[in-house]
Design a protein around this ligand. Structure first.
Ligand SMILES: [Zn+2]
Ligand SMILES: [Zn+2]
Length: 131
């Protein structure tokens, strides 16, 4: 009878140890899972905010740009282009803005005016006079 009791106690002890191992393993797994989730959680900040309305203001169209006055730079011209900061060279195509008379390389200012219809230097509005 004592042998049977000892055998039962042995089984009970083994079962208890097994149960303990399962609990510990389950807890470790849950901690690991939780850690993984918190480590890789994406911050909930809205990164795709719409651009400010002033940034989407349309510039001039290529047809409008062709209507702006254009001239060939003289070799003695002291002008320098405020867009690319290069001095004028003889024969280059330059464009003077009608509103403020600031002059730039035609290619430089055309690229600028396609995005914003304003002088790069003084921000005077550039409008094409349609006659
Ligand atoms: Zn230029
Ligand atoms: Zn200007």
């Amino acid at each position: 009878m004592a042998a049977a009791l000892a055998l039962f106690l042995l089984f009970a002890a083994a079962a208890a140890i097994l149960l303990l191992h399962l609990v510990v393993a389950a807890r470790a797994f849950r901690n690991q899972h939780h850690g993984w989730r918190s480590r890789y959680r994406v911050p909930e900040t809205s990164s795709s905010s719409p651009p400010p309305p002033c940034a989407s203001r349309a510039g001039l169209s290529p047809a409008d740009l062709r209507l702006l006055p254009c001239f060939a730079a003289a070799s003695s011209s002291p002008e320098f282009c405020a867009v690319c900061l290069e001095a004028a060279c003889a024969g280059e195509r330059w464009r003077a803005l009608p509103a403020c008379a600031h002059a730039f390389h035609a290619a430089c200012v055309d690229r600028w005016l396609a995005r914003a219809a304003a002088c790069p230097v003084c921000r005077a509005a550039v409008s094409v006079s349609v006659s």
